[in-house]
Design a protein around this ligand. Structure first.
Ligand code: NAD
Length: 499
């Protein structure tokens, strides 16, 4: 990574200009109502900009533009290899603007600039390239018919795709949705989270520069109850892909039922276990992965490994090392390149995380590291890495998604108990497992009820593997991999009777 001196990022941040208007039908426009809302820097608590506050009227305009583009066919019927070229141009443009996009991401979300530069921006570029590259290599099917019939099974773009997006990975998760949706030939209407609209609005300008036709890529910043619900309820939106809380995810199922039965795909977080067996010889690599699992992105990560489930024989030794390693994850100004933990997204979320820490104490668990708000003088919303020992799986801190750098430690006596505790949750997004025994690892990986099980690492895998959840972690499909294309395409049978 090309890291600059800290002052340079602060300087660069002061020189940034923000695009604050919605992007509808190929143009930047103010909200129809003229209203705006404030977006705030979580590291300072200060306003960054006022952004167009789109509501149902703007969503109507964006969906109409998206539908018109889809029907016109300038994108939806373009030869796949031409769509590929356009998307690859967008990926190149993103790469050329990587520092600007990373700075926008850091200022708006509070995440460390080191992560925005090394993960969020390049991984979004990679997502775009991966899906662009697939689209002229996916074949349809010819079915086995009698000789007087030719029958094709073809996949067609579903139409207008809504993306309702979270604040923890504003560009990256948007890319998981728009890259396969656009590659397949759809038009998209994206609603960034109200906390983090800036990077996606900048991306809209790059999409136009890359040559995406008018109306194919639309961005409507605004609040969930207005703009988000309008996308969910819109009769001319064919599919909504959502990432966020389970509570709002359920609303999308309701919106679909009450409107046009649009396809709904949900990714709704987790309470993911990290199981450490007693046979692990060297604990330090495990501890490094545990740190990544719960501290990366301030723990504001849907697949965070938030429940450490460790064999009782190694628990004390492991926790000693956890304390040492977690203490080295510097909480600080996200614009400083050495910062590893930035700010919580907003004041209300900081209060939620701190209140879970109090709840854990009240439930009888013991804080063995951290537990406090820090850097209050900055005006920002920072929490130190926090580790609980003595957690039982019935406690709220073991059952509910805290979405902060807070690890709950539970113990077990044998593999069966470990799997039972791990699976005893309404969620099922991810799990990780550490052992030297390959046979045990394989058996346990099959027994864990989670969409991704990583063994001897904390990982969601790369773009070639699907991502999504069992149980209340997900619904309707998977992000990433070729399976993502299934969300955004319809299957059509063409049955031709020959003479
Ligand atoms: P949220 O679910 O409220 O917001 C996610 C998206 O949904 C945003 O774009 C928001 O504007 C929109 N939305 C909100 N209310 C809506 C409504 N009534 N109708 C339609 N759209 C609506 O998430 P949040 O409030 O930002 O965070 C709350 C909790 O959700 C977090 O603490 C965390 O536990 C979880 N979360 C999970 C993820 C994830 O990656 N799975 C991401 C963000 C938040």
């Amino acid at each position: 990574m090309n890291q600059q001196a800290p002052a340079t990022y602060h300087d660069a941040a002061t020189r940034l200009s923000f695009e604050t208007r919605a992007f509808i039908g190929g143009r930047f426009v103010e909200a129809n109502s003229g209203r705006t809302f404030e977006t705030v820097n979580p590291a300072t608590g200060k306003a960054l900009a006022r952004v167009a506050e789109c509501d149902a009227a703007d969503v109507d305009a964006a969906v109409a533009a998206a539908r018109a583009a889809f029907d016109k066919g300038s994108w939806s019927r373009m030869a796949p290899r031409e769509r590929k070229k356009t998307l690859l141009r967008l990926a190149d443009l993103m790469e050329a603007h990587r520092e600007e996009l990373a700075l926008l991401e850091t200022l708006d979300s509070g995440k460390p600039i080191a992560d925005a530069l090394a993960v969020d921006v390049p991984d979004t570029v990679e997502t775009l390239r991966w899906h662009a590259e697939t689209i002229d290599k996916i074949y349809d099917q010819v079915s086995p018919t009698p000789r007087d019939v030719v029958s094709l099974i073809v996949r067609e773009p579903i139409g207008v795709v809504g993306g309702v997006l979270p604040w923890n990975f504003p560009l990256f998760v948007a890319g998981w949705k728009f890259a396969p949706a656009l590659a397949a030939g759809n038009s998209v209407v994206l609603k960034p989270a109200e906390q983090t609209p800036l990077s996606l609005l900048r991306l809209a300008a790059l999409a136009a520069e890359a040559g995406l036709p008018e109306g194919v890529f639309n961005v409507v910043p605004g609040f969930g109850e207005t703009a988000g619900a309008a996308i969910g309820r819109h009769p001319d939106v064919d599919c909504v892909s959502f990432t966020g809380s389970g509570e709002v995810g359920r609303l999308f199922l309701k919106y679909a039922a009450e409107s046009n039965m649009k396809r709904i795909v949900l990714e709704c977080g987790g309470k993911s276990p990290a199981i450490v067996m007693a046979d692990v010889a060297d604990l330090q690599p495990v501890v490094d992965q545990l740190a990544m699992g719960i501290l990366f992105c301030q723990g504001e990560n849907c697949s965070a490994g938030s429940r450490l489930i460790v064999h009782e024989k190694v628990k004390d030794r492991l926790l000693d090392q956890v304390k040492q390693t977690f203490s080295k994850w510097t909480v600080g100004d996200p614009l400083r390149p050495e910062t590893k933990i930035g700010a919580m997204i907003e004041e209300g979320h900081l209060a939620k995380v701190l209140s879970y820490i109090e709840t854990g104490r009240g439930e009888g668990a013991k804080v063995v590291l951290g537990g406090r708000r820090v850097l209050e003088e900055s005006g920002g919303w920072f929490v130190e890495p926090t580790v609980f020992d003595g957690v039982r799986n019935t406690m709220r801190i073991a059952r509910e998604e805290i979405f902060g750098p807070v690890l709950s430690t539970l113990t077990f006596a044998d593999a069966e108990e470990a799997v039972r505790i791990a699976n005893d949750t309404p969620y099922g997004l991810a799990a990780s497992l550490y052992t030297n025994d390959l046979n045990l690892a394989h058996g346990m990986a099959r027994a864990l009820r989670a969409g991704t099980v990583s063994v001897n690492c904390y990982s969601e895998g790369d773009m070639a593997v699907p991502f999504g959840g069992f149980k209340e972690s997900g619904f309707g499909g998977r992000d990433k991999s070729l399976l993502a294309h299934d969300q955004y395409t319809e299957t059509k049978t063409i049955w031709i009777q020959l003479r």
